[in-house]
Ligand binder design. Structure first.
Ligand code: 3H9
Length: 692
């Protein structure tokens, strides 16, 4: 066995050379890996005894793509294209032996090989789109030549990982080998190729599938139309489509040129930078500086939930979904029955949509027990309280739990606003108390804010994070403060949105600007959807806000057919002349001189105070790092991924620009815009939010 370099070895087994890459964690195509491929193939070519070459990887996976950390840095070592040419134009067959995942540049390497074998558990995909990119090493030109443009469009715009058996059916893989015996299987395959004198199969030379689609532009126009909503705001899906179009309409080498040009545009753009930031942020968020990975955890085999309302029921489903038994407690039989019936209905709907079988529905429901007695929670390992948001009620619940639930269990609250340190004073074991702030609908939304209180123990934190992963959430560890991270930042935007409509904008102006920015909907459309009367009561209403006035008029949102907007029978929103008049009258009564407000001002006034609040949160240590704040806002509030979250967006705009605007607004409108000390510091030191 010869070492080609630190990460590559070459071994000859009879007439087959085995080129092995070993670059943990995922054999990404870093400079040494590219060099290893390049020089390894070259050496194997120079050895006359070698008749075929197997390219295989050590560790948990085949090459998982380009090394994302290299993007934006000066190129070093042989280019990926040098390595790919070395493979594709080799005069001896090169066989890719795939296990784990062949992704992005990894699959592109495999596609330049003349044959591909894989173990049944392997997966292939071109997930570049999720990083705001397109496959830039020939993937968009080679893939449609094997699987046809329709399937290629699907794969490159979804980034999905396709299982080996499906790959075999599609022709992406030539043969499956026995699980765990990839090396032997690949060598045997190579020998067979040599013995049968099979020709070198170059994907670039295949033309039937792309030619069959030539002159059929509807393939692309229909695909664009069908996915318009999903792709809204993102550049990468459209660029990927254009590359597949080029594969269909242009000769291979011309298509490659289009791919390279569009790849360069994307990789140097802000969207891809943002999406790459999110990729790493999603992995960083689990790393807790003072709760190391080896912190002991508490086994959780039984979960208790108090409250069978929308929130409690949704939370319960998360645990039932992964096979954990749940006991749900309510005070009244009727409420309990209703809660359990809703869970069943949700599962049955999923089964009807084909997501799983009716047996699965019964299996999950079989894990659920209802009770009217809190005593039923005595042997739970984790209890989550999801009752009415009232401090006295919560403290009573916790004090009761303290007396009932076994020692060592975790006592969690789903509060979205109350002080968890205060809740913890109701028990004799404050170290067991933690916030698990689920977002509604709790069975759907990916975000979980794990809120550590002053006395929460490290095993309780570590267990909560581990459990979040188990139920498929992305969890951010945050500290106790009003609204925690997500809602505290939201409050800034809501305040400005309300002020803006009094000062001169209309709700639909604010909503349009934020929708165009990439949010799923603006604050007023959101209020209409949720119901304007959440937390509003007729008795206490004094007509002091626009909301009061609207609720008093029974304009309570979509459910009443009117709110900030008017709705038709299909719930389509229309700007409302009634609301316009209410706003104008209200402003006049308050003596506000309305003025024309630009779209830029709407955006800056809604978003910059959010960034500023994020800086305060960091300053106070309520979030571990700025990228955690981005994770919260992307997964809990639909902040556009292609902007990287509010803090990354702050870096994209420039902290200095954000600070200058905040100061300008502060001078005009007061201390709602007072810059955070950390924002001032970042600008003074020439740093970025992402440095914190
Ligand atoms: C591309 O290929 C462009 C080309 O078309 C064109 C070129 C011209 N680079 O996810 P995990 C790190 S774009 C660098 O926790 P898992 C990751 O940060 C690329 N680092 O493991 C983590 O580090 P840490 C297209 C990478 O088992 C560690 O590896 N490819 C890369 O849950 C473990 O990762 C993709 O988009 C990388 N490419 O999942 C695939 N990938 O331990 C991206 C991972 O310090 N990767 N790291 O936190 C994945 O989807 C998953 O990592 C994978 C393993 C499924 C492979």
């Amino acid at each position: 066995m010869t070492a080609i370099n630190d990460v590559t070895t070459l071994e000859t087994v009879g007439e087959v050379a085995v080129l092995t890459l070993n670059s943990p964690p995922v054999n990404a195509l870093s400079a040494p890996v590219r060099e290893g491929i390049n020089n390894g193939i070259k050496q194997a070519m120079e050895n006359d005894a070698v008749k075929a070459i197997v390219l295989i990887c050590e560790g948990k996976t085949f090459i998982a793509g380009a090394d994302i950390t290299e993007f934006g840095k000066a190129p070093a070592g042989p280019s990926l294209f040098d390595a790919l040419n070395m493979i594709e134009f080799a005069s001896k067959p090169v066989i890719a032996a795939i296990h784990g995942t062949a992704l992005g540049g990894g699959l592109e390497v495999a596609l330049t090989c003349h044959y591909r074998v894989a173990v049944p558990s392997a997966k292939c995909g071109l997930p570049e789109v999720n990083l705001g990119l397109l496959p830039g090493a020939g993937g968009t030109q080679r893939l449609p030549r094997i699987v046809g443009p329709e399937k290629a469009l699907e794969m490159v715009t979804s980034g999905s990982h396709v299982g080996a058996k499906k790959c075999l059916e599609m022709g992406l893989v030539d043969e499956l080998t026995e699980e765990g015996k990839l090396r032997d299987g690949a060598i045997a395959f190579a020998k067979k190729i040599v013995a049968e004198k099979r020709p070198l199969k170059r994907v670039r030379d295949l033309s039937d599938k792309v030619e069959a689609a030539r002159g059929k532009p509807e393939i692309f126009s229909e695909f664009r139309k069908a996915n318009a909503r999903k792709f809204r705001g993102f550049l990468a899906p459209e660029y990927n489509i254009q590359c597949i179009e080029a594969a269909v309409n242009l000769p291979f080498d011309e298509g490659i040129k289009v791919e390279q040009k569009l790849f360069r545009e994307l990789v140097t753009g802000t969207q891809s930078a943002a999406q790459r930031h999110v990729f790493f942020a999603e992995r960083q968020v689990w790393k807790l500086p003072d709760v190391p990975a080896d912190t002991p955890t508490i086994p959780v085999n039984k979960v208790g939930i108090i409250g069978a309302g929308t929130m409690g029921g949704g939370i319960a489903m998360n645990f039932l979904n992964v096979g954990l038994p749940v006991t749900i407690v309510e005070t009244k039989q009727e409420a309990l029955d209703r809660g359990i019936a809703t869970i069943r209905k949700n599962y049955e709907n999923s089964a009807k949509k084909g997501r799983f079988s009716m047996e699965e529905v019964e299996k999950r429901m079989g894990l659920l027990t209802g009770s009217l007695e809190m005593e039923a929670l005595a042997d739970s390992d984790l209890v989550i309280e999801a009752v009415f948001e009232n401090m006295d009620v919560k403290k009573q619940v916790f004090s009761k739990l303290d007396a009932i639930v076994k020692q060592g269990a975790i006592l969690a609250t789903n509060t979205s606003a109350l002080n968890i340190d205060e809740i913890a004073t109701a028990v004799k074991r404050p170290e067991a108390v933690i916030g698990l702030h689920f977002f509604s609908p709790a069975n759907v939304m990916r975000l979980l804010e794990v809120v550590r209180a002053d006395k929460t123990s490290k095993p309780v934190i570590a267990t909560s994070m581990q459990l979040a992963k188990k139920i498929g959430k992305i969890a951010a560890l945050v500290g106790v403060c009003p609204g925690f991270v997500g809602n505290r930042i939201l409050a800034q935007r809501q305040r400005e949105a309300q002020k803006l409509i009094l000062e001169g904008a209309m709700p639909w102006d604010v909503d349009r600007v934020l929708y165009d920015f990439g949010l799923p909907m603006g604050p007023f459309a959101m209020s209409d959807l949720a119901g304007l009367d959440i937390g509003w009561s007729k008795e206490k209403s004094q007509g002091a806000t626009i909301r009061d006035v609207l609720c008093e008029m029974d304009r309570r949102g979509q459910k009443t057919g009117a709110g900030f907007y008017d709705y038709d029978e299909n719930r389509n929103a229309k700007p409302s002349p009634v609301v316009e008049k209410i706003i104008l009258d209200f402003a006049q009564k308050k003596g506000i001189n309305r003025r024309k407000i630009s779209d830029d001002e709407i955006l800056e006034r809604c978003i910059y105070p959010m960034i500023n609040e994020g800086a305060k949160i960091l300053e106070e240590g309520k979030a571990i790092r700025s990228s955690d704040i981005d994770i919260v806002w992307i997964n809990g509030y639909g902040f556009p991924v292609y902007r990287g979250g509010p803090m990354f967006y702050g870096d994209t705009v420039g902290a200095d620009k954000v600070l200058a605007k905040m100061k300008e607004f502060q001078a005009q409108m007061g201390d709602d815009f007072k810059p955070a000390a950390l924002l001032e510091k970042i600008v003074a030191e020439g740093k970025k939010f992402s440095d914190f």
